[in-house]
Write a new protein. Sequence first.
Length: 316
Amino acid sequence: MLFAGALMLTSAPLRAQDFPPNKPVTLVVGFAAGGAADAAARLIAKKLGENIGQSVVVDNKAGAGGNIAHQFVANGPADGSMLLFGSIGPLTIAPHVMKVRYDPFKDLAPVSGGVNFPNVLVVNKALGVKTLAEFVALARKKPGSVDFASTGPGSASHLAGELFNQRAGISMVHVPYKGGAPAMQDLIGERVASYFSAPPTALPQVEAGRLVALATTGSNRPLYMPDIPTVAESGYPGFEALNWYAFVAPGKTPGPILDRWNREIVKALNDPGVKDALNKHGLTPQPTTRAELLDFMRKEDAKWSGIVRERKIVAE
């Protein structure tokens, strides 16, 4: 009896660390199907499933800028059967802008970086500017008359605009929307002046001559936008405001399972076919160690919390 009891005690942790888990694996995405996050998640999930010999199903839980999905996974099973394609807003911005029912650094565990991409600052043609310098000059000439759209309070596009307000010493007015589609529609319709947009959404409009692209927000020019300068090289050294997605899991997931998922995700992100497909979507793979992701998240959290305090940003 004593031997049997000891066997049960020692085998329980081993079963808890089975990989892949003996149940369906879910990759939760906080945005609707069809967007950049969903497309990336499905590409990566397919390769993960092939590599581990078990389906990885994408579950879209859209709403509240991704916060609903993050709360869902924070309360999810900590056995390796659930991952989250987490994003910059809910992980490092929203907790400083509004009340959320999860702590990104306690209730969620970093697994690996996922993908990143810069925004591109686009303006409507009626504004009459063709360069970032002209845009800033206009904003300074008429304080409070130039506005910028975002996908909602606390979103990456919102904070990119606020960071630029700070660095350029201007006072663009924030106009929040419930997503990228209505923001883009109003920009094209000349009801809002500018928008720090995701490139896949903006570039077709730029190529069609409906919008003017002024600058991108990464540290380097993306390969698919070689002729558009960065904000940094346009007079604001060090400026960077990336969109990024990363893999996290419920906070109590055992370390060995997190380590195994890290290896599998890094392997998938380094796959030539996956890299090529992501690049075609304008997304740069960002595989990391667990420690590297945690360090990155802490730096992003400090950066954006500082902007939130300085600009006195609250949920609108």
